[in-house]
Design a protein around this ligand. Structure first.
Ligand SMILES: [Zn+2]
Length: 155
């Protein structure tokens, strides 16, 4: 298996583990920002720092101030000494329009996601901005993991 694909697979799996930190009851999303094979930031969907760790109101509706996973990862870099310029974003669900804007402005050059969101306008916007966008679906992840195991067995 190609080396980059192996890394993509690993980072996407790590983003999935990270997603489990989310307090959201509706959908847990995880994001990792990787630059030169280093994880420079991470995020999951949740409320801003200092707010209660509850994402939904009493009716189960997501609170308007919940940040998406990629927005949390990008803004975390802004607080650090790192730069997202040229980084790759790994995310368990495709970005929405609002996050796509942040991705473009933060200089991220590549986005790898797993699940397609029902509205694809965020993805369309990224493509318009010449950002490389790739989906590695759960089905593909399963196939790749199998392939990796077979490679190991034949070694
Ligand atoms: Zn979003």
């Amino acid at each position: 298996m190609e080396k980059q694909l192996k890394f993509d697979l690993s980072y996407l799996q790590m983003a999935d583990i990270w997603a489990k930190n989310s307090y959201s009851k509706r959908l847990q999303v995880g994001a990792l920002l990787v630059k030169e094979r280093m994880i420079i930031s991470d995020g999951y969907n949740g409320t801003p720092s200092g707010f209660e760790n509850v994402c939904e109101d009493e009716n189960g509706v997501t609170k308007p101030y919940v940040l998406h996973a990629e927005a949390n990862a990008i803004t975390k870099v802004a607080k650090s000494n790192n730069s997202s310029e040229g980084a790759t974003l790994y995310i368990t669900a495709s970005p929405c329009m609002e996050c796509a804007k942040l991705i473009i402005q933060s200089g991220i050059k590549r986005v790898v996601y797993r699940d397609a969101y029902r509205i694809a306008d965020g993805i369309e916007l990224l493509k318009r901005a010449n950002i490389m966008v790739e989906q590695i679906s759960q089905q593909k992840i399963d196939a790749l993991l199998k392939e990796l195991e077979e490679e190991k067995d034949s070694e």
